[in-house]
Each structure stands twice: as structure tokens, then as C-alpha cells.
Design a protein around this ligand. Structure first.
Ligand code: ADP
Ligand code: MG
Length: 700
């Protein structure tokens, strides 16, 4: 459809003109003919059905009724007046009502002529009224082209004042009349046949003006498939291109660091999943092509050691490495974990965050440039211009979706050959979403937890059961366990949070008095040093209850803590609840997560609580989260642009996505360079699409 006519500015369409044109641009982003063509209806109204008045029921949707106006009256009301027309189908009566334009309407109404009234209903007692109906004389109504399902187009308040849905339909009809001969398929004929797709021309006509529900369904399938298919093709091609073009350091050697660690210093046997993933990473980095890999693994699945061993491969080949985390606490946690693993190997590991002192920084910068520094761990402070590696070979990025692309590429602007990239995420992304977002990344998944962990039991209690929960906590502490109690954090109001937390703290100190119990508290208004001291008291068992805000989410690892109580759990998102739960279940004991909520829960909150109680599987949880929040929110605003799909829906159309991906892979296997004659239109379409660069450049 790369025809010039479709690129015609929208104001040239008959019925649009400059004023409406400006409005369409401003309100809906419609600049050209083709933009209007892909303004797909939100929903459809069945105008093939005519209701009898005694069949009417009160619903939200519009209905149409055939009848005659037998009486017109003006009713005075407190403010203004209304025009009421008594409308009868010969058996029963209803009222058509106008509040505006009364004079004009009154003059135009004809008594005892058959009309079709169309609109939404209100019900007062037994009487149905239809305010401001769309009213057509039966004779004229019959002559209108539009007989099947009637489209309802997306609009805005401003737009609907100037262009009604009825006018929009007229514009669309005009557009289709002018352009429909140009719609031609870019999807290869073979695929159209295999999938029994509606030809594009039919699909576009049927999506706007469906003859019946069956054709509508086929049109929807065709257009959704097409949208997802092209996204997949773009992503897959990008991956192929990257592998052909972007050079990388080939880490061919498996040297001393890796071997020595593997043979003498492994703190535990690796799980099968960890071994598999390390092998995938090693293979990737062994080739002279930049690795671009996403490592997904649930909380506690053991990503740290995988990251560390990947670093060793780079170090064995004389390259430096870095690990970037989104927060200071997380960076610190990585630093402690990596330091511990690295110490027997005599590696230089350093931490760089916003709090790093100037003198320490200077030393660090020097060692980084001379190559003495092996592993640099930190926050976005690593992206600063002053940070210069001698030879960065591997960059590991934790929780990637919190970093922007430009930031990341700063890391290796300075290098001629970019480092390998490993992105780690503990918030598993649903497979379907990963496929459409990260189709151009290779994905490794740790889908196995270290052995000996008992699944965490999750329970939901209403506030009224507080005493029972406290009794349970006391029993657990009696057995020598430790307990987290977490309060929500509302970012808008730190003081309010602090107040909540302090009230909680006082209450708990009362309910759990010394000397049997001792309580720690950690919150955002403490200095890092104060936090450390308090964490340390809890970690070493000096205190048995830790009260905290969500700072604990990514922070600590205390295997003896076996109970996680989340207060006002309804205020947390699913992935956050799951992350918090991951703080327990790290030791050999049975662990519990208790969700405390108020009695009144929204439907979404109920689903969140039920999901948490039902499963420990991060992937399943993220699927539910996706359904509740929609893909845009899940990924943060930055990436939501990618998901600005015109017709497909990543939640509802997962099956179509799978089909699209399957066929995209197959097509590129047959013809990776798109050289075959039958693929030329498709190739052209891809080129057009990539000019618009709707697909995000995720990594490089
Ligand atoms: P993640 O970063 O994926 O949430 P970590 O790397 O912090 O998980 O690992 C969680 C805990 O499990 C740590 O205490 C770690 O030492 C331990 N662990 C990791 N892998 C194994 C394993 N194969 N066997 C036993 N314990 C492991
Ligand atoms: Mg971790």
C-alpha cells in the first residue's frame, strides 16, 4: 500500500477541509489518508436488528426502534425545558426527548410518519426514553448503504463536537470508495493461502463496514496477524543483522579464573538451569559478534553466580567487566555478593555509586583506566563521562527496563568494539511480551530454583484477623525464626509514609515487648550507615522483627527470616508483592508470606491477592500482572511506544502472536535476505516500517 494517493494529506478528502483536517491531526494524529484508514472502530452496533418497544431492556448499548410520532409536547422543567415526542410502534409507547435545539427539532419532526429512532435508552419507571435519538425517516433509512454492523470510531470530546460518528462513517466511506483499488497484499500469497486470510482489500472494507460478525472476525484476524507479523519480522531481521554486522570481542579462551573458580571455589553445586545458561552465555561470547542476551530468572533463582562466572570468562580474556544496578541498595547488594565470590581469586572489585567519596573515586578512575580494576559494580554513576574503562568486555545490566537506551550506550561509546551485553531481570516478563519486545534479543531463562527450598506458603488475612496473625508470629519467633513486616511507600508523601511506619512501629513494639522480642526498623529517612547497622542487627539475629518500607525489596538476604508480613498489601503491585515475598524462603525452614488487607477490596486487588496465594511462579504472576495493568504500564512509559499497536492486543491476541512469530521465523529461514520474488512487496513494507522506527532500539 505504498501508493502516493494514500499519502494524500487528510484535508483533501471530500468532506474534511482545513478545519476538520486540523482537528483530526490534533485529536487523533491523523495526517494522511492512510492514517484515517487505520483508524479502526472501537466497537460495532448491530443495525440489522429492530426492537419492538416491549422488548426493550435497559442496557448500555444503543438500539433502534421503528415507529411513528403521535404527539409532541414541551415540558417545562426547573432549568430550561425539554421536547418530548411520544413514539409508538402500534403496540407500545416510548418517549424521544430533546433538551437542546428544541425549536429546530420541533419544526422538523413529522407526525404519523414511519421513523427509525436510534440511540441509548433511559428508563423511568416503566417508560423508556431515548434522549437525542438519531432519527431517520424509514424511507431514507432504507436507502442508506450502511446495512450491516455499524462502526463506532474512537473520538475525543473536542472531536465529537465537530465530527460526529455519523460524519466519521461518511468520511470513511468516501475514503474507501476513493482508495480501495489500491489496497494490495504485501503478505506472500502462499501464507495467505495457508492461513486462509481474507485478502487485504476485503479485510479493510470489512473492518470498517462488516457485513456480518463472521466476516468481521476474519477481517480482525487478518489485520491483527499482519500487524504482529511485521513486528516479528522486523525484530528477527534486526537480530540477524546484528549478528552479521556488530562485531564483538571473541572470548575464545577459558582460562584460569573460570577454571579455578569452577574447580575449587564454587560455594554450591550449580543447578541444571544455571549450567545451561552459563553455557549459552559462553557460546555467545566466544564468537566475534556482540552478545545481546536477556537473562530472566525469578527472585532467588541464583542469577548472581551466573553474572559472576560470565565476568570470569571476560577476565580470562583480559577484558574488564561491569555490573549496573538501578538503585544504590541493589548495587551494594551485588557488590557484597560478588566480592564474596571473587575474594579467593584475588580480583579487584569496586563499587561506584552517588555516595562514593571523591578520593575513592579518583583511585577508582585511575585503576579503571590502567586495567587494574577487574569488576566495577555500581549505579548509573557508571554512565558518567569520567568513567573510562581500559577495555570493557562485558556489561551486565540488572533490571534493564529502568534504564534508558542512550544512557546504556554511553557505556561503550568510547569503545570501538562494543562490549557484550547481559541484561538481567528478576521481574520475569511474560513470554508473549518478551517475544514482541525482545524478539531481537536472545533470551536465557533460569527456570529452576536451587534445591532444598520449600515453596513459600502465602496467606491472605483481613485486618479483623490481626490477633491470629500476631499469635502465629509469636509462635514462629518462639521457634527461633525471624520476621519482616513491610509497610507500603507512597512516593508522593514521604512524611505520611513515615508517620504510618512509626505508628506501626509503636504498635508492634507494644504487641511484641522486650525482653522476649526485639524490633529493628529501617526506613528512607535513615542514612545508609544507620540502615546498615540496623540491617546488621537483624541479619545477625540480635533482633527478631524487622519493620521496613519497601527498601527491603531488593536489599537483604537473611536465610533465617521465614515470615514476610506485608501490611496494606492491596496497595502493592503484583510484581512488587512477589519481589517482597522473595526475601523469605531462602533457608531450610518452611517460610510464609502473609498479606494483610482492609476488608473492602477492589476487584483488581482481589485478583492480586488470589494470584499471590495460588502461585509462586514469577512468570505466571507477570502474566496476570500484564492482564491487570496492560503492557504499557508493565514496561514503564518509556517502552510503551513499542506497544502502540493499532489493532492487535498483546493480552488478548497471544495466540495470533504465536502464529505470527512462527511464520515470521519460517519465512526468514527460507529467505533470510528477502530475495525471493514473492517477498519483494513484503520487503518494501518492512523498509517503510523501519523508517518510522516504531520498533525500539533496545540495547545498542
Ligand atoms: P537472584 O539474584 O536470582 O534473586 P541470588 O543469586 O541472590 O538470586 O541467589 C539467591 C540465593 O540462592 C543466594 O543465597 C545464593 O547464594 C543461593 N544460590 C544460588 N544458586 C544456588 C545453588 N545452585 N545452590 C544453592 N544455593 C544457591
Ligand atoms: Mg539478585
Amino acid at each position: 500500500m505504498q501508493n502516493n494517493l494514500l499519502d494524500t494529506p487528510i484535508e483533501y478528502l471530500k468532506g474534511v477541509g482545513p478545519n476538520r483536517g486540523t482537528l483530526l491531526k490534533k485529536e487523533l494524529g491523523i495526517f494522511k489518508y492512510k492514517d484515517l484508514l487505520s483508524l479502526y472502530p472501537n466497537r460495532y452496533i448491530d443495525r440489522t436488528r429492530y426492537y419492538k418497544i416491549n422488548e426493550l431492556i435497559s442496557t448500555n448499548s444503543e438500539v433502534q426502534v421503528i415507529g411513528k410520532i403521535v404527539h409532541i409536547k414541551i415540558v417545562e422543567q426547573k432549568r430550561g425545558k425539554r421536547l418530548v415526542a411520544i413514539f409508538t410502534d402500534g403496540v407500545s409507547e416510548m418517549e424521544l426527548v430533546w433538551f437542546q435545539g428544541i425549536k429546530w427539532v420541533q419544526e422538523s419532526l413529522k407526525l404519523n410518519e414511519p421513523y427509525v429512532a436510534f440511540g441509548k435508552l433511559n428508563q423511568y419507571g416503566k417508560t423508556f426514553t431515548m434522549p437525542h435519538p438519531e432519527l431517520d425517516l424509514w424511507e431514507e433509512h432504507q436507502q442508506q448503504i450502511q446495512k450491516g454492523l455499524q462502526p463506532i470510531y474512537p473520538s475525543t470530546e473536542k472531536l465529537s463536537q465537530r465530527i460526529s460518528n455519523k460524519s466519521m462513517i461518511k468520511l470513511m466511506q468516501q475514503l474507501i470508495i476513493e482508495t480501495h483499488t489500491l489496497f494490495s497484499d504485501s503478505i506472500p500469497p502462499k501464507l495467505i493461502e495457508t492461513l486462509n486470510l481474507l485478502p487485504l482489500q476485503h479485510a479493510l472494507i470489512q473492518i470498517h463496514f462488516p457485513k456480518n460478525a463472521e466476516l468481521l472476525a476474519r477481517a480482525e484476524f487478518r489485520l491483527k496477524f499482519e500487524e504482529l507479523f511485521y513486528i516479528q519480522l522486523q525484530l528477527l531481521l534486526k537480530n540477524i543483522n546484528r549478528k552479521n554486522r556488530i562485531k564483538g570481542h571473541a572470548f575464545e579462551k577459558v582460562g584460569n579464573y573460570f577454571t579455578s573458580f569452577y574447580e575449587n571455589h564454587l560455594p554450591f553445586p550449580l543447578t541444571g538451569a544455571q549450567k545451561r545458561v552459563i553455557k549459552e552465555i559462553r557460546n555467545d561470547m566466544g564468537r566475534p559478534v556482540q552478545m545481546n542476551r536477556l537473562l530472566q530468572g525469578d527472585v532467588g533463582s541464583g542469577k548472581t553466580i551466573v553474572a559472576f562466572m560470565s565476568c570470569l570468562i571476560a577476565l580470562d580474556n583480559n577484558y574488564q567487566t561491569c555490573i549496573v544496578a538501578p538503585t544504590e541498595i541493589l548495587a551494594n547488594q551485588h557488590y557484597i555478593g560478588i566480592q564474596e565470590l571473587a575474594s579467593p581469586l584475588g580480583l579487584e572489585v569496586r563499587l561506584l555509586t552517588g555516595s562514593t567519596k571523591a578520593a575513592e573515586r579518583r583511585d577508582l578512575h585511575k585503576k579503571l583506566e590502567s586495567g587494574e580494576l577487574h569488576i566495577l559494580i555500581g549505579t548509573h554513576a557508571l554512565f558518567e563521562d569520567k568513567v573510562k574503562f581500559k577495555n570493557l568486555g562485558l556489561a551486565i545490566i540488572d533490571e534493564q527496563h529502568r534504564f534508558g537506551v542512550e544512557q546504556r550506550s554511553k557505556l561503550w561509546k568510547k569503545n570501538i568494539i562494543p562490549p557484550h551485553i547481559l541484561v538481567m531481570t528478576a521481574t520475569p516478563i511474560p513470554r508473549t511480551l518478551a517475544m514482541s519486545l525482545y524478539g531481537d534479543l536472545d533470551i536465557s531463562i533460569i527456570d529452576e530454583l536451587p534445591p532444598g527450598r520449600k515453596p513459600i506458603q502465602t496467606l491472605h488475612f483481613f485486618e479483623g484477623k490481626r490477633l491470629r496473625v500476631w499469635k502465629f508470629v509469636k509462635d514462629e519467633i518462639q521457634k527461633g525464626r525471624q520476621v519482616y513486616i513491610v509497610y507500603p511507600l507512597i512516593q508522593e508523601s514521604e512524611t505520611l509514609d513515615y508517620k504510618n511506619l512509626m505508628e506501626g512501629y509503636e504498635g508492634i513494639s507494644r504487641d511484641f515487648p522486650l525482653p522476649d522480642y526485639s524490633v529493628s526498623i529501617v526506613h528512607g529517612q535513615m542514612t545508609p550507615a544507620e540502615k546498615d547497622i540496623e540491617m546488621e542487627r537483624f541479619a545477625s539475629g540480635k533482633t527478631n522483627i524487622m519493620i521496613a518500607t519497601t527498601v527491603i525489596e531488593v536489599g537483604v538476604n537473611v536465610p533465617n527470616a521465614s515470615v514476610m508480613i506485608i501490611e496494606s498489601a492491596e496497595r502493592f503491585g503484583l510484581s512488587q508483592l512477589h519481589q517482597l515475598r522473595g526475601r523469605v524462603g531462602r533457608g531450610a525452614e518452611q517460610s510464609y508470606c502473609i498479606l494483610m488487607t482492609g476488608e473492602k477490596l477492589s476487584n483488581d486487588s482481589k485478583v492480586r491477592m488470589e494470584t499471590m496465594c495460588r502461585t509462586n511462579d514469577g512468570f505466571e504472576i507477570s502474566e496476570v500482572d500484564l492482564k491487570l495493568r496492560g503492557p504499557g504500564n508493565l514496561m514503564g512509559t518509556q517502552q510503551s511506544g513499542v506497544l502502540a499497536l493499532r489493532i492487535a492486543d498483546l493480552v488478548k491476541d497471544q495466540e495470533i502472536l504465536q502464529i505470527a512469530r512462527h511464520h515470521a521465523i519460517q519465512l526468514l529461514q527460507e529467505d533470510p535476505r528477502l530475495e525471493i520474488e514473492q517477498h519483494q512487496k513484503l520487503k518494501q513494507t518492512i523498509i517503510e516500517l523501519s523508517k518510522k522506527s516504531t520498533i525500539w532500539n533496545y540495547i545498542s
